[in-house]
Design a binder for this molecule. Structure first.
Ligand SMILES: Nc1ncnc2c1ncn2[C@@H]1O[C@H](COP(=O)(O)OP(=O)(O)OP(=O)(O)O)[C@@H](O)[C@H]1O
Ligand SMILES: [Mg+2]
Length: 338
């Protein structure tokens, strides 16, 4: 593992088993939520994860955070293989990584004051601190995320804050233990557009001040292009393209990434040319594909796309794509000015 890598994910898989039907006709289906993902997250970078609903973004983050165990594969965090830790060791490791969720309503206990909500991780992991010291730490975290003065906010309950303020409280709670890594799972998608930029900028400034490494999950390519150093594009549980943000935006090479970019860059162009960009269809994670998982929606498919899955292949410095026919479609004109 290179010394500038904080997290290395190797061949990560998560399969959920679903039972449907009744006792006479039991049907078991397997959902391949994450299917052989390998990637690295460098120290101090923001890696964006984008892709449509159900492609495995949250499941990947939850496995890194140890909120869920992988079916197979390895996650190496700061030199430690998380899959090999026992419960006590995992609990210790949790201090170094925190997650911010999409909906602050879900994550903040409505019956607790903001002070007590943010203090909870300190109570669990910093038992040597006095109550007064913990209050100071809470105040510092709250002010670091621009809820100032802290005393105006910490004695309130979640329902006495706006949605944007609640998400700032969730962020303060995530940074209180000074973690190395934060996974932010669509942290602004439930918020009013007017407060989104404030939250994004606050995350960027915290990242700089604290030297944080982040995984930033979003559906929105323009948010990813604003926030992220590199972007990984997921489709049906796999990473289909990964590279520096500028290369993903200006030289998208997987047909799915091209579709994502063109829909944001010029909606009219996308609507007029949809048939040649992406075919209609939905993600079905219960299907095991012999060939490329994108084949049923790809307008450029050739015979090899049906016979075997493409590997992630290096196409330029730091830029990888998993597509049999990316060379043939590279000259396809698309509007790519985000
Ligand atoms: N606990 C679970 N039990 C069964 N299936 C699950 C579970 N969690 C996720 N899945 C399935 O795994 C797949 C990936 O889900 P995941 O939540 O990771 O997607 P996502 O990319 O985060 O989607 P979204 O953008 O909608 O949040 C989906 O098909 C989902 O239905
Ligand atoms: Mg999700």
């Amino acid at each position: 593992m290179a010394k500038d890598v904080l997290i290395e994910i190797k061949n990560l898989k998560k399969t959920f088993t679903k039972k449907t039907g009744n006792i006479f006709r039991r049907k078991i289906t397997h959902v391949h939520a994450v299917n052989n993902v390998s990637l690295e997250i460098n120290k101090g970078e923001i890696l964006g994860i984008i892709g449509e609903s159900g492609c495995g973004k949250t499941t990947t983050a939850r496995m890194i955070m140890r909120l869920m165990k992988e079916s197979s594969g390895d996650i190496i965090f700061d030199g430690t293989n998380l899959s090999k830790l026992n419960d006590a060791q995992t609990n210790k490791m949790r201090k170094k990584m925190q997650m911010i969720f999409q909906d602050p309503y879900d994550t903040l206990n409505p019956g607790m004051r903001i002070l007590d909500i943010i203090m909870e991780p300190l109570n669990a992991h910093e038992k040597g601190l006095s109550y007064e010291e913990k209050v100071v730490r809470v105040q510092d975290a709250v002010e670091a995320i621009d809820l100032k003065p802290a005393e105006d906010f910490i004695y309130r309950y979640p329902h006495q804050l706006s949605g944007g303020q609640r998400q700032r409280v969730a962020i303060a709670r995530a940074i209180i233990l000074e973690p190395l890594f934060i996974a932010a799972d669509e942290p602004t998608s439930m918020l009013d557009v007017s407060v989104r930029a404030g939250i994004l900028n606050a995350l960027l400034s915290l990242k700089k001040k604290m030297g944080l490494t982040m995984m930033f999950i979003t559906h929105d390519l323009s948010t990813a292009s604003y926030m992220c150093d590199r972007i990984a594009v997921m489709y049906q549980g796999r990473v289909v393209e990964i590279g520096p943000t500028k290369k993903i935006i200006h030289n998208p090479s997987h047909p799915y990434t091209k579709a994502l970019v063109s829909v944001v860059a010029d909606l009219n162009y996308f609507i007029e040319n949809k048939e040649s960009i992406i075919l209609d269809g939905e993600v079905d994670a219960t299907i095991v594909h012999e060939g490329c998982p994108f084949v049923s929606r790809c307008p450029h498919q050739e015979s090899s796309c049906h016979s075997h899955p493409p590997e992630l292949e290096k196409i330029e410095n730091q830029h990888y794509v998993s597509c049999h026919c990316h060379l043939d479609i590279n000259d396809q004109k698309l509007p790519v000015s985000l």
